[in-house]
Design a protein around this ligand. Structure first.
Ligand SMILES: Nc1ncnc2c1ncn2[C@@H]1O[C@H](COP(=O)(O)OP(=O)(O)OP(=O)(O)O)[C@@H](O)[C@H]1O
Length: 300
């Protein structure tokens, strides 16, 4: 178990979920993007939506934020329907979308001070600057920030009002590795404070690092939901035993690698089995299998 996992407070499974979605349908023109998507995000958890480009992750998030109308399905976010909820509900959400948000002419600090007026209990600006690693850029004009620094500012604006639920749509795209790790810490801190986090990402290491559970969107639905380490449990059971023989590489896929190893060692009584390795699929292998499995038809 990692220190990150030890530090996580428990997800509040007894409470009403932060997000409940049943049978969500959304089409653009004649093209159906979401085709009966079900989703539940528990209070206090970090949930990561994974899926290929165009799978419908942003569409899902925008429906949940109330900025996009759905065609069918039931949606509840913090107990209200986003299609009809008002300003008080909106103030309980934090939104970090993919687009550029802030104006260019103000400095980073001025931007945060400006938007603080729209929230009732904003985080202190210096605390926010430190949390997203922008202390040194506090007096820099937004227009002069790098792409990654703008993402950090967008994250700061999204969490400024201490929201109960934060939507983070590909939050670390364009960030360098140091900034990504700083951002991960920020998400862990939010999570430790009891904030519910729903994020989309293409980085599987990010999902594994941050998420209590991940959901894979493909074919307009959530095809699997599980903690990152348990995603694709059936796929993960199969190990690959690989070794070299005089004629070339040999490979056996099996759910009982110990038996294969016993036979191999018996066949090599005098020495080692050349280049022997035993591997099981990682998160990336499982993800690719889940996404690939849906491209040719209904995965269920
Ligand atoms: N306003 C729109 N009008 C028409 N089609 C749209 C619109 N917005 C999104 N789409 C289409 O809907 C599909 C889903 O898009 P969406 O942005 O939700 O996917 P995504 O999973 O977030 O992708 P990515 O990982 O690339 O961000 C895509 O095929 C996209 O082209």
């Amino acid at each position: 178990m990692t220190t990150t996992e030890v530090a996580r407070p428990p997800v509040r499974t007894g409470d009403t979920p932060a997000v409940t979605v049943r049978g969500l349908v959304k089409a653009y023109g004649g093209t159906t993007v979401l085709d009966g998507l079900d989703l539940e995000v528990r209070r206090g958890e970090c949930f990561a939506l994974l899926g290929p480009n165009g799978a419908g992750k942003t569409t899902t998030i925008e429906v949940l934020e109330g900025v996009l109308r759905r065609d069918a399905g039931e949606v509840s976010v913090l107990g209200e329907d986003p299609a009809t909820a008002g300003r008080a509900w909106r103030a309980r959400l934090g939104v970090v979308s993919q687009g550029e948000g802030a104006g260019q002419a103000l400095s980073v600090r001025e931007t945060l001070v400006h938007f603080a007026r729209y929230t009732s209990t904003p985080c202190p600006v210096d605390e926010l600057l430190a949390a997203v690693g922008l202390t040194e850029q506090a007096d820099t004009r937004v227009g002069s920030l790098s792409g990654g620094q703008r993402r950090r500012l967008a994250v700061a604006l999204g969490v400024q009002g201490r929201p109960e639920l934060v939507f983070l749509d590909e939050p670390t795209t364009g960030m360098d590795p140091v900034a990504r790790r700083q951002f991960w810490q920020l998400v862990r801190d939010l999570r430790a404070d009891g904030t519910t986090v729903l994020l989309t990402t293409h980085y599987l290491d990010e999902a594994a690092e941050l998420a209590d559970r991940v959901g894979v969107v493909a074919g307009g639905r959530l095809v699997e939901v599980a903690p990152p380490a348990e995603l694709g449990a059936a796929l993960r059971r199969e190990a690959t035993v690989r070794w070299r023989e005089p004629g070339g590489w040999r490979e056996v896929r099996t759910e009982q690698p110990a038996g294969v190893l016993r036979d191999l060692l018996a066949a090599h009584p005098c020495g080692e089995v050349p280049d022997l390795s035993v591997t099981r699929p990682g998160l990336e292998d499982v993800y690719l299998a889940l996404v690939g499995a849906t491209s040719g038809g209904d995965p269920r």
